[in-house]
Design a protein around this ligand. Sequence first.
Ligand code: NAD
Length: 484
Amino acid sequence: MKSYQMYIGGAFVNAASGKTREVVNPATEQAFAVVPEAGAEDVDAAVKAARKAFSTWSKTTALERSRLLMRLSGKILENAAMLAELEILNNGKAKREAQGDVDDAAACFEFYAGLATKVHGETMLTPANAVSYVVREPLGVCGQIVPWNLPILMATWKLAPALAAGNCVVLKPSELTPLTALELAKLIHEVGFPAGVVNIVTGDGKTAGEAIVTHPDVDKVAFTGGTVTGSRIMELASKQLKRVTLELGGKSPAIFFNDCNMDLAIDWGLFATFAGTGQVCSAGTRLLVQEGIYDEFMQRYLAKIRDIKVGSGLEDDVTMGPLVSKHHREKVEGYISLGKEEGATLAYGGDRPAHLKTGYFLNPTVFTNVTPQMRIVREEIFGPVAAVMKFSTEEEAVALANDTHYGLAAGIFTQDITRAHRVIRELRAGVTWINYYHPTYNEMPWGGYKQSGTGRELGLYGIEAYLETKQININLDTAPVGWY
Ligand code: NAD
């Protein structure tokens, strides 16, 4: 059992209450680490440390911040193997996925290191004898709350732009997967971020999370997680009119037209649903297949799905790890039972792998003969479960794709370039792909339409979300205006 401490005011500390929580490896069901369980008192200490640091950190030059972020990126790369292994042990993800997340995290810090020095405002010579200009200023103390599915990457998407813009941060990882954020805290300390600029508190949502959201000295709340939690956070934050960014859930469509390149489409179609064991916000979990190719597509798709190797993420050839927790596997299994009750056809999986007696494993699962009203089609299952629907026309595909409260992502597969552009413009989703699915770029905005959230992360949009805008006007006249 390894024991971790939280990071508050530049020091590694226990919870004031002395309470701790065990962290479980989902592939073995064994606890392997212990972290502090923060309460409101600890959050208050973290916010105070952040506020104190803000008075000097907000006045550092962009170049100083840029260099620190660049050093942090380098440290992540130096420690990439350790961080990826810890992510596998804590979240369960497959090795290639964990390594990809750590590389992406390093690249994201690097991107915002570069962007830190490029924050400018406009200048205008006014029609009267004056000059007006705009400066961008950091917001202050930002509360950041992240989920368990991409622990280090979601923490990075929050920390990098906030720090580049000159904010101080109190970040809370998920209580299920706090370890890589705490290792990141050690690297942040090592590269020399001043005390209090970054504070990492570990605890649950109800206590530590709500203490962050409701703290009167937190200026902004940036949240990634479920839609119900997002709604609660928006409600709590509204009392003090805090700035809020919400990156929430999805039930994204992947559409396969008759003219798609089927080998490529099936490859990406499987990746769309089963990457990250289906625990990915943008997962393509509603597969819409045009009737002309439906039979052949399904036959080849269900043959290829057998190549997914379920097992411990530490094994090189495993491509799908366990679900994150016992509770979460039970939730996903509940949806599989529901799908059967609703009358869908279980075309593949639905059970636990026979060769894996321990660990929260589940086989990739596919339902066919589903209808748009079924709950397995409407609700985010957040597990390795695909629901496949047949459609005939392009209009029908668009209507089915948009028939959801969510709007995070969508993918389409077609060789017809005019159809690709026409259809993609009709889809009400914030992140879309043509002839592939999932890859995202630090340089480009990430976020959803409708109930998938509000605001954008990454790219130029990501830093915008951490800046205030101030207008400054200078009168160049020397004589009184003579108004009175
Ligand atoms: P969750 O909403 O249960 O928890 C997310 C975080 O919020 C955790 O740190 C949790 O402790 C905290 N939290 C829970 N209740 C809280 C409250 N009342 N006040 C403050 N904080 C609270 O989500 P999860 O199960 O950890 O993650 C899965 C969800 O995250 C899925 O819905 C997924 O789609 C979504 N997600 C979205 C994106 C995106 O970019 N849109 C990315 C990853 C995950």
